[in-house]
Design a protein around this ligand. Sequence first.
Ligand code: SF4
Length: 391
Amino acid sequence: MNKDLSLYVHIPFCVRKCLYCDFLSFSANEEVMKAYFKALSKELKESAKDYSDSMVKTVFFGGGTPSFPNANYICSILSDIKDNYNLAADAEISLELNPGTASFDKLKKYKEAGFNRLSIGVQSFDDDELKRIGRIHDCATAQRTYEDARKAGFTNINLDVMSALPGQSLESYLNTLKKAVSLDPEHISAYSLIVEEGTPFFDMDLDLPGEEEDRAMYHKTAEKLQDFGYHRYEISNYAKDGFECEHNKVYWKRGNYLGVGLGAASMVDDVRWTNTGKIDDYIAYFSGDSSFAGIRENVEKLTLEDRMEEFMFLGLRLITGVDLAEFEALFGKKIEDVYAEVIGKYVGMGLLRRFVEEKTCREHLCLTTQGLDVSNTVMADFIIHIENSIE
Ligand code: SF4
């Protein structure tokens, strides 16, 4: 096998839409789900021939709520992957699930089918906050789901938590973090709410925490989780040693990934594309409707500049930042030949720093703690700069 590949499988179904959600997700009846899984199975099988020389190192079932449909559909898709791709014996195989949709029986089925990592969308351990953001579960259900997952044999679990929620105080957020840590998961993802256009929240008058409180939540996240033995390895992600999410690291390191299912994004050998987001078209195409030429949209071969930009703004999300020798090996230029000005500016401001990584003895460039606070501004400058500097 000469290439590594990651697989992302999109399950777009949810019980109902949360008020802040801008993901490709919706509720659907059994008939639609059945047709969708049939199409998904076909897509997986048809795509497999293009990846016969690849070894699948990670698989991630995301959504939507993959734990909402009947577990047999999900397990049968995983078995299609096993039958049609070269799946590494130690592959990380993750499933996203939401409390209120995952019974103990389902969890046992997932484990037996081969899933070895769960990501649970807890978001908050405050019932009022959960209600205000439109989640279907309460704290007791979240805790039960977590305990059931342990009983079912899962030893690698992520909990998602959110800050900057309507009506959330620093105190209630810290309670959520405390509760999450007390459950002792291997990984915690902590995101701030972003009110996106097109979501119900966008048109609502929300009682959001002020900027100062928002910042305090952000800083306390890093402080508290590190105190409890979770190292921060990406802007929003924390893990115990040995439990970083290998699948997400592939995105940040620009590895090859194939996305299957509705609206799924792929990048293989520097070509990007997205599957159609229209479920009727997706199902029709795989049912043999010849009026569709294909389901892939926005196919784009990335230019050298695109790749350099991505290498920088994705790599800087990682706490260890970007490897300078890797930049040179990939692009045939030293990083300073392209980014001297922007690197000089931010190193001078104390937002970026160079360091030699102990394990590899290789020089890296990464955001400082202060730089992580304004990461979006720094990363955006890497894009603007390159647009101005490369002809
Ligand atoms: S569960 Fe997740 S994907 Fe589904 S509506 Fe809520 S936020 Fe969106």
